[in-house]
Design a protein around this ligand. Structure first.
Ligand code: CA
Length: 262
C-alpha cells in the first residue's frame, strides 16, 4: 500500500513536526527511527481521559487530551497529531458529527471509541471516515495495538514485521506464518486473511470489512467465500467450527482471532 501523505493533503503544506519526522527515518547515518506517536484523546470522562493519558504516556507516546468535541476538532485538524481517539458520547456535540467536521478538513487517522458493540453503528462510522474503532471498556494496551495498526496502514509508522497471536507467528515481510513452531502451509489468500485478523486480534471484524479489505470486493452475499476460507484456516490450525480455539465467529456479526490462552 502506498503511504499517504495525510498532513500535506490536509493542510496543503507540511508542519515543522512532520518535516522533522520525515527527515529522521531516512537519517541513515544514525539509523534513527522515531518510536513515539503523538496522540490526541477526545474524551469527556475525566477518569478515562486521565488514565488513558497516563498509560499511553508511560508507554512513550506524546499524549494530549481534551474533554469537549469542539476543542477536540480544533486540535485534531491542527496537524500536530499522528492519530486521534474520538469518544462518541460527548456533551457538546454528537461524536459522529465531530468526525464529519474533522474529515471535512483533515485526513488524520481517527479511531472512534463507542460504548455500543453495534455492527450497523460501527459500519456507519467507518463509512463516515473513521479508520478503526474500539468498544468500551477497552484497555490502554488494546487501544495502543489498534492505534499502531492504524498508523501502519496510514504509513505513519514503520511496518511491524512480525505479529504473534498465541502460538501463531506471522512474518509480514517473508509472507510466512508458523503455528506451534511449525510452518503453516497457506495460500496467498489464507495468509492475507490470517494476517488481517491477527492485526486486529481480539476485535470482532465484520464479513463486510473482510470482503472489502482482503478480497477488495463490495459486499453482496459472497460471504460464503469467507466461510470456506475460514474453515480451511481452522483446519490448518487444528480446530473446527464446533470446537474453535483461535477463530471465533458470531453469527451475523463477524469473526475475531483470539489467543485462547490469554
Ligand atoms: Ca463520553
Amino acid at each position: 500500500m502506498m503511504p499517504r501523505n495525510r498532513w500535506c493533503r490536509a493542510n496543503g503544506r507540511l508542519t515543522t513536526r512532520e518535516i522533522e519526522r520525515r527527515r529522521r527515518p531516512t537519517d541513515e547515518v544514525h539509523g534513527y527511527r522515531d518510536p513515539v506517536s503523538s496522540i490526541l484523546i477526545i474524551e469527556d470522562d475525566q477518569r478515562i481521559r486521565q488514565s488513558l493519558s497516563n498509560r499511553l504516556a508511560e508507554r512513550g507516546h506524546e499524549v494530549e487530551a481534551v474533554g469537549t468535541a469542539m476543542s477536540g476538532v480544533e486540535s485534531a485538524v491542527s496537524g500536530r497529531f499522528d492519530v486521534v481517539v474520538l469518544d462518541l458520547g460527548l456533551p457538546d456535540l454528537d461524536g459522529a458529527e465531530a468526525l464529519r467536521m474533522i474529515r471535512a478538513i483533515s485526513e488524520v487517522p481517527v479511531v472512534v471509541a463507542t460504548a455500543r458493540d453495534d455492527e450497523v453503528e460501527i459500519v456507519r462510522l467507518l463509512n463516515a471516515g473513521a479508520d478503526d474503532y474500539v468498544v468500551k471498556p477497552y484497555s490502554a494496551e488494546h487501544l495502543e495495538a489498534r492505534l499502531r495498526a492504524v498508523l501502519r496502514r496510514s504509513g505513519s509508522e514503520p511496518e511491524q514485521r512480525v505479529i504473534t497471536v498465541g502460538q501463531i507467528v506471522i512474518d509480514l515481510d517473508a509472507q510466512e506464518a508458523r503455528f506451534e513452531d511449525r510452518p503453516l502451509d497457506l495460500t496467498a489468500r489464507e495468509f492475507e486473511l490470517l494476517a488481517y485478523l491477527a492485526e486486529r486480534s481480539g476485535t470482532m471484524v465484520s464479513k463486510r470489512q473482510i470482503l472489502a479489505e482482503v478480497w477488495h470486493q463490495p459486499y453482496g452475499g459472497a460471504d460464503k467465500t469467507i466461510d470456506v476460507h475460514l474453515s480451511w484456516l481452522r483446519k490448518k490450525l487444528g480446530e473446527s467450527a464446533a470446537d474453535p480455539k483461535y477463530i471465533l465467529t458470531r453469527r451475523g456479526v463477524g469473526v475475531r482471532l483470539v489467543d485462547p490462552d490469554s
